[in-house]
Design a protein around this ligand. Structure first.
Ligand SMILES: Cc1cc2nc3c(=O)[nH]c(=O)nc-3n(C[C@H](O)[C@H](O)[C@H](O)COP(=O)(O)OP(=O)(O)OC[C@H]3O[C@@H](n4cnc5c(N)ncnc54)[C@H](O)[C@@H]3O)c2cc1C
Length: 419
């Protein structure tokens, strides 16, 4: 860690931990990242970076790199299972935002962050193979103990001015302060996440969701490189209600899924412009992950320690907001800390700024967020609608979409350049 008035310890070298490291470095605040896994690899499948996070990633100088690899999403559409349109809206630049909305492979985004973090902070300050185990605080500082996750042997004891727990949905930091919380909450929905390279659907830059709460399909292309060859690298999520399958589960991002567990449920689906069975059968990979979240917390900041990203507010993926909220945490935290001379007060101010908004999103996502329009049609439609559903009025659909954008902070007004 280099000199500077403040120096921080970041637990977790995932998307949010590395974003926080870059943001702190930009403001001249030293930080070291400690990641549990031995080697940080480009794992996962697709994620969305909504305009409010892209504005902030742009401030960190990452826009050009994102543009090189990601798809600039042009629209989001909702369909019923028979392929009829419920709602369609432009996204990103097409919707008048100053920056694009990106659909990107999580691994591609992770590697962009990692490369910049190593270059800017110095590779020696991004330490893998360091699993956070314990901490102690005094009036002057915080000391964290890291172990080798496999052997349990102590690897380092590090002292800093503050510590950020960005160690994901199964956060050890969160468990340290909430030891009786237990496993994440299971929604009753199982998700199979896959990627398939095939011919583009719609305009090759669109995201769609189809179905309803019991059976849903989400898909969007995520890699520019495939697009330059006339193909789409399509991220897809098949979601099926399986309430009794498991009551409690940690959620393992690396668990493999099987076609037979969900393919048959979609056998009579026909969207007309995408061969769903081809999408499933030609998958490069399929992973299985339950839809889980955690209850909003009453408190994130404990003197010199605070929580960030999924460790603070793991939420259902409805609304595609998880990582974007973590990026907002990182930039908000940094701005507050950089302009404060008192670390514990800064951590309290960060909590005041971010805990309530993200708690509201957790709860809204439990009601399926903006995706509720699909269930509304499913429950309402008599079957007499034409190719575009008219069973729910456009005003109501617009209201659902706008309310969620406002709640999550990415309505156009909130992101107007003057703000
Ligand atoms: C392997 C993996 C694959 C994923 N795939 C997807 C996906 O396909 N789609 C999607 O929407 N989301 C995915 N996610 C989750 C997604 O990254 C987060 O929901 C979101 O980006 C918030 O980021 P985060 O940094 O808070 O959490 P994460 O990105 O989960 O990062 C947390 C990091 O903390 C590390 N960590 C955990 N415990 C400790 C500890 N005790 N000490 C030190 N480090 C620790 C983890 O190894 C991880 O690198 C994945 C997460 C992981 C870890």
């Amino acid at each position: 860690m280099k000199q500077g008035e403040k120096n921080g310890i970041i637990v977790g070298g995932g998307l949010v931990g590395l974003t926080a490291a870059l943001a702190l470095h930009q403001k001249g605040i030293a930080a070291q990242v400690f990641e549990s896994v031995e080697e940080i690899k480009p794992l996962g499948v697709g994620i969305n970076l909504l305009p409010h996070s892209v504005v902030n990633l742009s401030k960190l100088g990452l826009l050009d790199d994102l543009r090189k690899v990601a798809i600039e999403t042009s629209s989001l559409a909702y369909f019923s299972a028979d392929g009829k349109t419920i709602w369609k809206e432009p996204r990103g630049l097409a919707a008048g935002y100053e920056v694009p909305q990106f659909s990107i492979h999580r691994g591609d985004f992770h590697m962009i962050l990692l490369e910049h973090a190593r270059q800017r902070l110095g590779a020696e300050n991004i330490k893998s193979g360091h699993h956070f185990a314990d901490l102690s605080q005094s009036n002057e500082n915080v000391t964290a103990t890291f172990i080798d996750r496999k052997s349990g042997d102590e690897k380092a004891r590090v002292t800093g001015d503050f510590l950020i727990g960005a160690d994901g949905i199964n956060s050890t930091l969160r468990q340290h302060y909430y030891p009786t919380e237990g496993a994440p909450k299971y929604s009753g929905q199982m998700l199979w996440r896959g990627v398939t390279e095939m011919d583009p659907f719609l305009d090759g830059r669109s995201m769609f969701m189809a179905g309803h709460n019991d059976l849903k399909l989400v898909a969007y292309p995520i890699r520019k490189e495939s697009a330059t060859r006339g193909k789409s690298y399509i991220n897809w999520i098949a979601e099926r209600r399986m309430p009794s399958d498991l009551a409690e589960r940690q959620g393992d991002w690396n668990e493999l899924g099987l076609l037979g567990e969900f393919q048959g449920e979609f056998s009579d689906w026909d969207l007309g412009w995408l061969d769903i069975q081809e999408l499933f059968e030609n998958a490069i990979s399929i992973h299985k992950f339950p839809m889980i979240d955690r209850d909003p917390l009453p408190k994130w900041s404990f003197e010199r320690v605070t929580l960030m990203g999924d460790a603070a507010h793991a939420m259902y993926p409805n609304g595609s907001n998880g990582v974007s909220q973590g990026v907002l945490d990182a930039l908000t935290f940094t701005d507050i800390l950089a302009s404060s001379s008192n670390i514990t007060e800064a951590l309290q101010a960060y909590e005041r700024a971010r805990l309530e908004p993200t708690s509201k999103i957790i709860l809204a996502n439990r009601q399926t967020g903006p995706e509720q329009v699909m269930q509304m049609v499913h429950e309402t439609c008599s079957g007499h609608c034409g190719p575009v559903h008219s069973c729910i009025s456009r005003t109501i659909l617009e209201d659902v979409a706008l309310k969620y954008k406002k709640l999550a902070g990415f309505d156009r007004q909130s992101l107007a350049p003057s703000k």
